[in-house]
Structure formats: C-alpha cells, structure tokens
Design a binder for this molecule. Structure first.
Ligand code: UD1
Length: 427
C-alpha cells in the first residue's frame, strides 16, 4: 500500500497553482449529458473522482478524449443508457449528479442507491422531493432508484428545506429542460453552482439568480455543446494557504489559480487567527503566522465557513495560544480526523458536533490514517510542522480530490514522499 511520508520542519516558499475545482468539474461532466454532441471542459483536475465520473459517462455511451491532461473532450451524442451502476455510485456519491441531466434529456434515470441511504429518508430525500414536484415519479427495486417523468417535466416552485448543493444542482439540471418556469427557493449559493449555471447558460439554458437563494430557470427545448473552463479549486487553495500559514519562509507562499472571494469566510477566520494574507490577482500570498490566536468556527453553507475546510483549520487551531470551538453543522462523523490529530499530540475534546480544541505548542510525527479526503490532506499539512516523521496511510482518500499533492508540496520546499510499504494487516 502507498503512504505519504512527511518529514517535518522544512520551510515552504514559492508559488503553487491549484487545479480546477473537483466539485465543479464532476457536476459539469454530468451536465454534458444534457447537450448531445462534443463538449470540451478545460482545467479539469486529474484526480480519481474525475476518473470515476468519466467511467459513469462512458458506461452510458459517451466517449471521452483527454487532451493535455486537463482538457476533457466529451462526446455525448451516442449516449443511449440512463443507468448509473452500483459499483461506480458506491465509489462516489457525486455520481448521483447524473440523475437531473438524465431526466432532462431522456425523461428517465436508473441510479444505484448510494450506500446508507433510503429513498425518502436522509441524504438524497431533498433531490427526490424537488424532482417529484417537477413531475418525476420514483420507484426502488433491487437497490436501484428508478426515476421517470412520463408526462415530461413541468416547471414549478420548489422550496428546499436546507440549501443542499447536490439537490440544487440536480434540480437545475432537470429544470433546464422542463416546460415552463422553475423557481428554486433556498437554493445553495456555492461558487460551483454558479459555474454550473454559467456553463448551462452558455449551452442555451435560461437560468437567473445562481449564487443567490432564489434561482429561476425557464425551460428550453434543447441545449448545445460548448467549451467551458472549470473554476479553480477553492478548497485545494485553502489547504495550501493553511500549509503556508504554518510553515512559510520569510517571503511567504503564493497560492494561485483561484478566486479569493470564493474563500471569503476562510480568509477572514485565518486573518482573525493572525495569519497575514495579501490578495493578489488570481489568488493570495500567505505568510507564516507569528503567533496563532484561537478562533470559533461553525461550518455552514456558502458564504459561511465550508465544511471542506474544517479539518485543515482545526490543524491551525490545535497550535493556537488558547482554546477554539469548531462546530460541524453539515456532516456527522466529520470529527474522526480529530482522533488522528490527537495521535500527533493535539488536545481536542469532541462533544456532539462541537470540537473543543486546546492549543499545544507542537505536534510530534506519528503514524496516522486518513479518515476522509480533507482529513487526509490536513494530516499531511500537520506533518509539515510536526517533529520528526509522519506517515499518513489510506491516501486513496487524498487522491480523490488533490492532484499531485506531494509534488505540489515538494515544489514549495516540503520534504514529502509517496512510499510503498507492506500492509501491516497482511499476514
Ligand atoms: C456538500 C457541501 C458542499 C461540498 C460538498 C463536497 C454544504 C452545504 N455542502 O455538498 O459545499 O462542496 O459536500 O464535499 O456544505 N442532505 C439531506 N438530504 C438531501 C441532501 C442533503 O439530508 O437530499 C443533508 C446531507 O446529509 C448533509 C447536508 O444536507 O448533512 C449537506 O448536503 P449537500 O449540500 O446536499 O451535500 P453535498 O451536495 O454533498
């Protein structure tokens, strides 16, 4: 098995370019199903989640050519299947994003139920309720959700109980082909939603209000393929900014290739902690914090503090002078990371969905396991300033969303390597 080995104590300097946003690229790939023909997506990150979404599209009959590593030329003209199979959906929940486009194009979809999810219960219940309002009926059988709009999709007003990113995206992608006007009330406002709406509008859709809580979609008869560039990954950027805040040399670290206001609340909280950040043209320059102040954070839908930056900022707060409270409002089980960080010397107490973090003066390198994508990256970042060596395992989580994470850190001067080690649980 591969692990990432981090040798702590090396300063970072220079510039790192972030890749295209994972959470945009996956949804834009799904949206190509709506426009039969050849759509070109530029600035697509070369990460395993994108490979999984590519497989989903290919199973349906699309062809994908990869140019220059980051450009996908996706031909959806021959797509004739509307099924997202279990083995792919089980690997990546985001593959449920094909439901809206398949309904928009074919009026039907067969999607494997994501693990741990029941129709009408948690997780994708809001997608289902919203699509039902547009005229879709649902059935489940043998672990699959069968969705069909026998009389076509009809625009209506859908009020989301919670500003779910996935539900907003699926609803937009179905509503672009519905008859009449759909209004999504309490829509998610994430920058990735705006990127999706921008591409769909370039394809001929009529979407207004993306990025605000009320999105209005006037259905159209057809969409045409386009070329579109994926926005920069704000979460990858935030991860490198935290690395810089901990370990930057005198001249600081430049993190480029993203829009700083997509990370507004994160930058504000880091500044409150004492991290010097300068906005530059397409990113920021971050300097090492001389002394970190504690901070209180709660994760919220955009423009609130993103759940995907919670673990990285917990690393910073664990080295602050004082106690911080971090509240996770979006996902359960997202504090598994904290127990790994404790193995490195952090002092964290979990109480329900709050983490009470008492700052310590250093981390010590240890063997730790990535609990998930962001937690894994945060452990590598913690290793950059830990005493000695940190071995992070289960790095397939990190590969899901960070392109060449080690190489980018090495480019900044970190001592990090990917090594193959025998699996200690093997006989
Ligand atoms: C979430 C994040 C998004 C991030 C993405 C990838 C939020 C609000 N969303 O999006 O910023 O980019 O993960 O890490 O921070 N829920 C239901 N029923 C539903 C849909 C959602 O109960 O039908 C619940 C989920 O269980 C979760 C919350 O709502 O607790 C957030 O869901 P949602 O925004 O849909 O999640 P993602 O689209 O995965």
């Amino acid at each position: 098995m591969d692990i990432i080995r981090v040798f702590g104590g090396h300063d970072l300097a220079g510039c790192v370019h972030v890749s295209g946003a994972k959470n945009s690229a996956l949804k834009l790939m799904a949206a190509t199903l709506l426009a039969p023909g050849v759509t070109t997506l530029e600035n697509v990150p070369n990460i395993s989640d994108v490979h999984v979404m590519g497989k989903v599209l290919k199973r349906m009959g699309a062809t994908i050519e990869v140019r220059d590593e980051h450009t996908l030329v996706i031909d959806t003209s021959a797509v004739a299947s509307w099924e997202a199979p279990y083995e792919l959906v089980a690997k990546m929940r985001a593959s449920t994003a094909v439901m809206g486009p398949l309904l928009g194009r074919f009026g039907k979809a067969k999607i494997a139920m994501p693990g741990g999810c029941n129709l009408g219960a948690r997780k994708i219940d809001m997608h289902i309720l919203g699509l039902e309002a547009l005229g879709v009926s649902f059935d489940t059988d043998h672990g699959y959700i069968y969705a069909s709009a026998e009389n076509g999709l009809t625009g209506t007003t859908v009020t989301l109980e919670f500003a779910s990113v996935g539900a907003t995206e699926n609803l937009i992608m179905a509503a672009v082909r519905a008859a009449g006007t759909t209004v999504i009330d309490n829509a998610a406002r994430e920058p990735e939603i705006v990127d999706l709406a921008n591409m769909l509008n370039e394809m001929g859709a009529k979407i207004e209000g993306a990025g605000t809580p009320v999105v209005t979609i006037e259905g159209v008869d057809e969409l045409h393929p386009v070329a579109h560039r994926v926005i920069g990954d704000r979460i990858e950027a935030g991860t490198f900014i935290v690395a810089g805040a901990l370990a930057a040399a005198e001249e600081g670290v430049e993190v480029a290739g993203f829009t700083p206001h997509h990370l507004g609340m994160v930058l504000k909280k880091l500044e409150l902690m004492g991290v010097p950040i300068e906005r530059i043209e397409d990113g920021v320059r971050v300097h090492r914090a001389q002394s970190l102040r504690p901070v209180d954070i709660q994760t919220l839908p955009f423009p609130g503090f993103p759940t995907d930056m919670q673990a990285q900022v917990m690393v910073l707060s664990a080295l602050a002078h004082g106690s911080s409270v971090i509240t996770e409002n979006i996902f359960e089980n997202r504090f598994m990371f904290a127990s790994e960080l404790q193995r490195m010397g952090a002092n964290i107490r979990i109480e329900s969905h709050h983490a009470i973090v008492h700052g310590v003066d250093h981390f010590s390198g240890a063997q730790v396991v990535s609990p998930d994508l962001r937690g894994g990256a945060a452990l590598v970042v913690a290793g950059l300033v830990a005493e000695g060596e940190t071995d992070v395992s289960a790095i397939h989580h990190i590969d899901r969303g960070y392109e060449r994470f080690c190489d980018k850190l090495i480019g900044l001067g970190a001592r990090v390597e990917r090594v193959s080690v025998p699996d200690p649980t093997d006989d």
